[in-house]
Design a protein around this ligand. Structure first.
Ligand code: APR
Length: 230
């Protein structure tokens, strides 16, 4: 099990108090995706979108990494082979939990992006529509979030690593959004073992060889202990 690739979703941050998207009372029950998570929504009402991410940035700052985040950091530190965490989450709980080898494929709420010159910088706690870019001075600052219809980040690196995976795990993701939901098929094509860690089977659950069911703060530390002992 030298190369381990781990995909995480909102479920790994749920026990840190951050809302998931598709739960009954989740983020997509409170906001229309097309209003707050698309380039068209941002063009239509930049203040609504910037305020949506200001709220999520504040909530993420208040949250603490939980036992699942910390267990993945321990796996990376103690496993003899390579561990890569690919997260769909925009919170910084993996970094704050100690993970170093990490890709934020949907962007990060603590990062700001210039729509004019592609410059990135650390986002202020409160962004405003029309903020200027510190590099090109254009009023083109936006949240550095990958919205629906936009290309997720570092896909080449992700697919290259999936092609070399011995073990692929998906933790706390519903398998509803591509390309992330297609990673398990890619890992299987590379001959990797696959495990899904969730409260319930995801939309692509049938593609995983194994399932570990239960809350991430209990299942992930136990899974890491077993991996490190094997
Ligand atoms: N432990 C483990 N899994 C959990 C827990 C928990 N405590 N709580 C919830 N889950 C699982 C749910 O069963 C569900 O499968 O986490 C998953 C959350 O699913 P979503 O809310 O759809 O979140 P996610 O899969 O990360 O969404 C993917 O969709 O809207 C876009 O860009 C957004 O990155 C997001 C992407």
């Amino acid at each position: 099990m030298s190369n381990i690739v781990i995909l995480t979703g909102a479920g790994i941050s749920a026990e840190s108090g951050l809302e998931t998207f598709r739960a009954e009372t989740g983020l997509w029950a409170q906001h229309r995706v097309e209003d707050v998570a698309t380039p068209e929504g941002f063009a239509r009402d930049p203040k609504l979108v910037v305020d949506f991410y200001n709220t999520r940035r504040a909530q993420a700052a208040e949250a603490a990494p939980n036992a699942a985040h910390k267990a993945l950091a321990r796996l990376e530190a103690e496993h003899s082979g390579r561990v890569l965490v690919v997260t769909q989450n925009v919170d910084a709980l993996h970094e704050r939990g100690g993970t170093r080898n990490l890709i934020h494929m949907h962007g990060a709420v603590n990062s700001a992006l210039c729509a004019a010159c592609d410059h990135r910088w650390e986002a202020p706690m409160v962004m405003a529509a029309g903020d200027t870019c510190p590099a090109c001075s254009q009023p083109a600052a936006r949240p550095d979030i990958v919205w629906f219809g936009e290309m997720p980040y570092q896909m080449d690196e992700i697919f290259e690593t999936l092609g070399q995976a011995d073990l692929f795990a998906a933790i706390g993701t519903s398998g509803n959004v591509y390309p992330a939901a297609g990673f398990v098929a890619e890992a299987r094509r590379a001959g990797a073992d696959t495990v899904e860690i969730n409260l319930e089977p995801s939309s692509v659950g049938s593609q995983f060889a194994r399932h570990i069911t239960g809350p991430a703060t209990q299942t992930v530390p136990a899974w890491v202990d077993a991996l490190l002992a094997s």
